[in-house]
Write a protein that binds this ligand. Structure first.
Ligand SMILES: [Zn+2]
Ligand SMILES: [Zn+2]
Ligand SMILES: [Zn+2]
Length: 362
């Protein structure tokens, strides 16, 4: 679809994240710039059933208490259980305290585990579309129940760590739900910056990004020599397109193979996603994960769902925020430079990464 210009193959530039400008990325593709040592990916567990695994069928008595199961009757395909080692706990009669500059908020909240599939080592791209639609339906149901259960909960973070490189401590495929009394700082930054963009331009910045990814076409010439400096092609950032959803490679990708999936039509709250749209989301996710898996050779990743916080301001942010799923494959480890500077270093040109992902025949 697009043609990468020879002069864009070696890129060294700092790209500003249009949604969160404080989060910038150094795109440095020249070999000599590579500051990261590629991490040896530990092989993932691909077994279907493991007798000793508490998350495998038949071992239900070995997990913490069950919260829900899907489908409701017969053998379960998806289960939600309490987390054995919660990072946030139930109500303890503990008041937040303030002393000088030491301030705390109660570590109140819920931390649950979603057993994504009864098959132990199945990858997302190997799951059926109907199963994935069911999984996102379960995410939605549980998010709604948690918000309704306690008005102190302002955010429900749903995320998945897949593979040892992404920090998954239990090999059986699973996601996690953390309901918390504060809005995570990166979601807060997205919400505030997109609201500021809306105030100024009267449109959602995420919708604008989708429009740009779909239709933008430009050639930028060097002012002095007149040579082509950069060519931006139609669909350059699109990885996968469904009827209702799109998978985009962000212009300022923090991770080499980072991809975001979002609804094509404006929607701030994941809870507003309609049941009839779940199959298209499932299809776009499955195809995107298959592309990532093929290019990386076994994707180990974190994905997380960003949706408008239920902090009393969700009405005010309904037009400016746009929910999305961020998929961040782990192919390298952060260096001291990244940790010290807060600047992400990406050694693959995002335009070329998108092209390689699109080129996979599915
Ligand atoms: Zn298992
Ligand atoms: Zn939007
Ligand atoms: Zn986000």
């Amino acid at each position: 679809m697009s043609e990468i210009q020879a002069d864009t193959q070696d890129v060294r530039e700092i790209r500003i994240n249009p949604i969160v400008p404080s989060e910038s990325v150094l795109v440095a593709t020249a070999r000599s710039m590579r500051p990261k040592k590629a991490e040896e990916l530990a092989p993932r567990d691909t077994r279907k059933h493991v007798e000793t695994c508490p998350f495998c069928r038949g071992n239900e008595h070995k997990t913490p208490p069950q919260i829900m199961a899907w489908p409701g009757a017969g053998d379960w395909d998806i289960r939600i259980v309490e987390n054995l080692y919660p990072v946030l706990g139930d109500d303890r009669a503990q008041a937040g305290f303030n002393f000088g500059l030491q301030q705390t908020i109660d570590g109140y909240g819920r931390h649950e585990v979603i057993i994504d599939h009864h098959e132990h080592g199945i990858a997302v791209h190997e799951m059926s579309e109907s199963h994935l639609a069911g999984l996102f339906g379960v995410y939605q149901t549980r998010m709604r129940q948690l918000f309704e259960s306690d008005e102190r909960l302002k955010y429900v973070l749903i995320f998945k760590n897949f593979g040892p490189a992404a920090g998954a401590s239990i090999p059986h495929t699973h996601s996690q739900v953390i309901a918390m009394p504060v809005v995570p700082v990166n979601v807060d930054a997205e919400v505030k910056n997109s609201a500021a963009h809306y105030d100024k331009h009267h449109h959602c910045i995420f919708c604008a990004l989708i429009d740009e990814a779909l239709t933008f076409e430009a050639t930028i010439y060097d002012r002095a020599s007149g040579a082509v400096r950069r060519k931006i092609n139609v669909g350059q950032y699109v990885v996968e397109r469904g009827e209702k959803f799109i998978a985009i490679k962000p212009f300022a990708s923090r991770y080499e193979w980072e991809v975001h999936i979002m609804p094509l039509a404006h929607q701030a709250d994941f809870l507003d996603l309609r049941a009839e749209d779940l199959p298209d989301l499932a299809r776009v996710l499955k195809r995107t994960m298959a592309r990532l898996d093929a290019v990386i050779g076994g994707a180990q990743y974190n994905f997380f769902l960003h949706t408008v916080p239920h902090d009393g301001q969700q009405g005010a942010h309904a037009h400016s925020y746009h929910w999305h799923l961020e998929i961040c494959p782990r192919t390298s480890i952060p260096t001291g430079f990244e940790l010290g500077s807060g600047l992400f270093v990406n050694t693959i040109n995002p335009e070329q990464a998108a092209e390689r992902l699109r080129a996979i025949a599915l």
